[in-house]
Design a protein around this ligand. Sequence first.
Ligand SMILES: [Ca+2]
Length: 473
Amino acid sequence: MGEFKHSFLKKVLFLAIMAISLGSAEPVNIIYDSDFGPDCDDVGGLALLHHFEDIGLAKVLGMGNSTTNPDGPATMDAINHFYKRPDLPIGVFNDREIKPTSWYTVQVSRDFPNDVGKAHQVPNTTEIYRRILANVPDNSVKFVVVGFKVNMVNLINSPPDSLSPLTGLELVNKKVIELVDMGGAYPTGHEYNFFVAGYEAQVYLDKWPTKMIFSGFEVGQDVMTGAMFQTGDLWLTNPVAASYKHWLGEYGETGRSSWDLIAAYYAVKGLDNLWTLSDEGCNTANSEGGNSFSASNKCNHFYMKKKAPVSVVSAILDSLMLETPNPSLPSECLDTVPGYQLADSGACQVFGTTCRTKSGVSCQVHNLACYVEGTKCVSSINPIDQARMFQVVQNSSNFEISFNSSSPSSSLEVHDLNGKVVATLYQGSLREGPHTFIWNGTSSHGEYVQKGVYLIRLVNDGRSQVHKVFKSR
Ligand SMILES: [Ca+2]
């Protein structure tokens, strides 16, 4: 449990683990259909999908908005830019007005880089989805649907066109393996996503041809996340944090239910010992947003049920939302931006958490300083990201835990999934700067703990961060 300072060995171990974790399974292809506007958990769901792509588990192919909120697509695009995927296709619903909205999309689309324009400048979702599906292998895509069901009904009703000789229904049947839905309440109830477009909810449950997994109202309702974005300065440089900060501020809340995050998590990582699944049944809706799951009929429908304590699920989801974009991706600030001269003007602009050269723009924005080094525009290390750096690398039966301490008072503990402290690795006063600890898989009494999932929890500078690990023996 002492500090571990052999940095070369550390790097080798880290690369070896990355190679294993990246090479172990094919990433899950995802299309995200969301209602960017009324709520901020849609942003959390998209943040999780991006992070899963960063660690090799998912590949986001595109997304659509099921509201006509003018700033919805630009807010999605701002999140995509932040995670360094600025060219992901985005579609909108534009058949009739469905515009429940809140203030955060106006602010985030205004304050963070994006370039898709207002909703009326964005293609129809049906076109986007047909184009994606026409170009992927058979049985290779999962939909995550966390808003109103309007885009999905338009897709299955779409006729053959220049993108594909297949009808929408045929295309979905051929290319889609599974759909994970946030909608309804189980086994019966009434829920917002089915209510807002009740007719489409009925058609969707009746006609969608693939396996459907429902994450209902009751699964996400009391899993509160995003509270950490209310304090501190992260919202100035991170559009996920900004979305939560603005939404929570507008509605006077201290955290938000995690409906859409749970659907996104399940689509990529499955039940993961956090939830269980019902037996097969059949879900139907009425035109007023009510739904009922019948266990006696079978139509390839299943619903998720709670298993792990709410505090455990929230801690895991919060820690995933705090993951910053993959640092191993090429940094935008090292790119030459066409049309701008590098370096000699000394002008750099902040894009998300990185820098680009752009003449005539101030170098100092919020907490992130950009400056010229040689012929490149580079960023200073973001002090917020530095404080948040917290990594766990598994080496055989040991877990190597690295973090930057930004305040003297710290604790580092291992919890089981019931929240019980299994081992205390550190508690007390730490100098500021980088630290590494090893957990060798033993309890505080020195006995090896049984194999399974554990949570490594760091509290530093009043913030708590959690990594989930699997002890395999
Ligand atoms: Ca939603």
